[in-house]
Design a binder for this molecule. Structure first.
Ligand SMILES: [Zn+2]
Length: 283
């Protein structure tokens, strides 16, 4: 058995890990690398192995840095199953189409600049049509339901509490050559307890191998209530000064949490006056 890390190792984004066992190749996530334009294009265009040689893909969740390279994988010859939860499948239908649109628009911009420099145009990494071709490969599996995905490999998804449909992956692996049985746990992105819109992450059972995200690995999060209180203070203080609160936020997951939290605070009547002020000024 062999595992190769082809992204999101020593960096954030581009989650992609190759598991080779019993002569089969299983890809854990197929994420888009999101970085500076020049190297981003090259990196998202190419794979370090032959895409058609991959037997199946397992997705932890629908964020683009975990799924966004799939349409390119399919464009370059992959035709196996893409295993994921039902919500990840539904979300990906929108997000991959949107990503295809962004790829098309990014290249239009890039090509205008290249034309000015007398350079030949480049093609988009993939298009909305490629994204559309990817969607029929998705196979959704219920949380907690073991399903064989390759010879000697059984997959179970467990709730990761990160975004809608997010899961961590448990693989029960029997390696035929050695007769060894191992459990591999791949965390994907992990959520936290007490988030209002999502169930808390499930606990992982023991693992022989653990691949785990560590984006906030060196930080302790405060309690949800504390964060809510801080948000209220910032909003009220800014409204008092007749300012505007601008919150940069990831579109899927974080934005819904923020909107929910603002609504929750307003329902408690904490800053109803401030909110009225905002809407009046923005109308
Ligand atoms: Zn994520």
């Amino acid at each position: 058995m062999r595992i190769t890390f082809d992204g999101a190792a020593g960096e954030v984004t581009g989650s992609m890990h190759l598991l080779e066992v019993n002569g089969q190749r299983i890809l854990l996530d197929c994420g888009l690398y999101q970085g500076r334009r020049a190297d981003t294009y090259e990196r998202n265009l190419n794979f370090p192995w032959e895409p058609a040689s991959i037997d199946c893909v397992v997705l932890s969740h629908a964020h683009i840095d975990h799924t966004g390279k799939l349409p390119n994988l399919v464009k370059q010859g992959f035709g196996g199953n893409v295993w994921c939860t039902a919500a990840t499948r539904n979300l990906s239908a929108y997000m991959l189409m949107d990503s295809g649109y962004i790829q098309e628009k990014d290249v239009e911009y890039l090509n205008r600049r290249r034309a000015r420099r007398g350079e030949p145009p480049v093609a988009p990494i993939y298009t909305r049509d490629d994204a559309r071709d990817t969607l029929p490969l998705f196979v959704s599996v219920g949380e907690g339901r073991p399903v064989p995905i390759a010879n000697g490999v059984t997959l179970t998804f467990r709730n990761a509490g990160h975004i809608l449909g997010s899961a961590f992956v448990e693989l029960e692996i029997e390696e035929f050559s050695s007769g060894k049985r191992r459990r591999l746990v791949f965390s994907g992105d992990l959520g936290r307890d007490e988030i209002a819109l999502l169930r808390s992450p499930a606990a992982a059972r023991e693992a022989d191998l653990l691949i785990m995200e560590s984006t906030y690995g060196a930080r302790l999060h405060g309690r949800y209530e504390t964060a809510l209180r801080r948000l209220r203070e910032v909003v009220c203080e800014t409204a008092r000064r007749r300012g505007k609160v601008i919150i940069p936020s990831f579109a899927v997951g974080r934005t819904q949490e923020i909107v929910f939290a603002l609504n929750q605070l307003d329902a408690r009547g904490i800053f109803r006056r401030s909110l009225c002020l905002w809407t009046a000024r923005w109308r």
